[in-house]
Design a protein around this ligand. Structure first.
Ligand code: SF4
Length: 373
């Protein structure tokens, strides 16, 4: 894997910076301000991605702030310019979902992913602007999705991996009826400065326990387990070196004002004396394809990051599994981009691989080969 691909697999778009919640682990700097994306920004991105969407699968992920805080009418005006071949996804805290929003999702074929951290007692970080628990509102939104038969995924943040938690979470999301589950071990990034160091055995134990729970009833696609099993199967086939894409997916994040941050959505909205505002251009003045074509030669931080990825390739035994692609984690943990190991990659790559393999060792290799059911 060398350099940055000229065509992304998806773009992230920020319809508003505003979020109606104030979760204690949130990394977003301007979530109290309602800065809305203008329709000309959506038109510029729609024109850029039309050809990519017609040539293959292509997604736009609407990710705020809270994207639904932009309002239905405004979000509809931002969706309108896109070619029907483009898939739309929304990452939402679900607290604003009601029958009208469900009709909106169905009408616009928007795929929904809900942020929720498990049962009520696990959601202490998810609070309203007034500091009150948001969980019951999340459940009301999920109930609306279920009433309308709208399939949904979930994203769960784990702040403290501990014995029993993974099995509890898997059972919860099974009952909730999610199709796909993503687990993020809390990351220290953006305005969230909380420590994310954990004992190695606690984190690998968490992933092993999650794998065991999934194997008992594998109805939910667990993103991290499927990645890992795909890698393990490739190692057994002797094809592990071919799993990573040939070039990094640039993941353009288009801010409310049209500015584009590549590689890490979490860098959007931040500035640094050395690196500036991390943007590589603005879709209102430069076509997205042109911004991508100039990426590696652009702002200094991207070149520095690519050197960091090469250092990972040379020195890290987990590289073929990981790919080393965690620009924001490197920056927010090291203050620069050419370092290698972070607490994030230890928690979510190294310990993940070890945990799933620990489970496979203890229960036989039959676990390998399950993804893609
Ligand atoms: S696990 Fe960490 S050190 Fe290893 S390749 Fe990934 S980012 Fe680099």
């Amino acid at each position: 894997m060398r350099g940055i691909a000229a065509v992304p697999g998806y773009v992230v778009m920020q319809p508003t910076t505003l979020c109606n919640l104030d979760c204690s682990y949130c990394y977003l700097p301007f979530r109290a301000a309602d800065r809305r994306m203008g329709v000309p920004v959506a038109e510029a991105v729609a024109a850029a991605v039309e050809g990519w969407a017609r040539a293959g699968r292509f997604s736009v992920v609407w990710h705020g702030g809270e994207p639904m805080a932009a309002g239905r009418e405004h979000l509809a005006s931002l969706l309108a310019p896109f070619d029907p071949a483009v898939e739309h996804h929304v990452q939402t805290n679900a607290t604003l979902i009601d029958d009208d929003w469900c009709e909106f999702f169905a009408r616009h074929a928007v795929r929904v992913s809900v942020s929720v951290d498990g049962p009520e007692r696990r959601n202490g970080a998810r609070v309203t602007r007034g500091g009150r628990p948001a969980y019951q509102r999340v459940l009301r939104g999920v109930a609306a999705l279920r009433r309308h038969g709208i399939p949904f995924s979930a994203l769960c943040v784990v702040s403290e991996p501990s014995p029993g938690l993974a099995a509890e979470l898997y059972g919860y999301f099974l009952d909730l009826g999610v199709e796909v589950l993503g687990i993020n071990i809390e990351e220290r990034e953006g305005v969230n400065l909380r420590d994310n160091r954990h004992p190695a055995e606690a984190v690998s134990g968490f992933w092993a326990e999650l794998t065991a729970a999934w194997r008992r009833d594998p109805r939910v696609h667990v993103r991290e387990i499927e990645w890992t099993l795909r890698y393990a199967a490739a190692v057994l086939d002797g094809t592990a070196g071919e799993l990573l894409p040939r070039q990094l997916d640039p993941i353009p994040t288009v801010g409310y004002d049209g500015s584009v941050v590549l590689l890490s959505p979490e860098l959007a909205g931040f500035t640094d004396a050395r690196y500036g505002d991390f943007t590589s251009g603005n879709v209102l003045t430069t076509p997205l394809a042109e911004i991508l074509a100039g990426a590696a030669a652009g702002p200094g931080w991207i070149g520095e990051f690519l050197r960091g990825v090469q250092a990972c390739r040379r020195g890290c035994p987990y590289f073929d599994f990981c790919g080393g692609a965690h620009a924001a984690n490197r920056y927010f943990e090291h203050g620069r981009f050419d370092g290698t190991e972070t607490d994030h990659c230890r928690n979510s790559k190294m310990r993940l691989l070890e945990g799933v393999l620990d489970h496979a060792r203890d229960h036989g290799a039959a676990v390998v080969g399950r993804p893609g059911r």
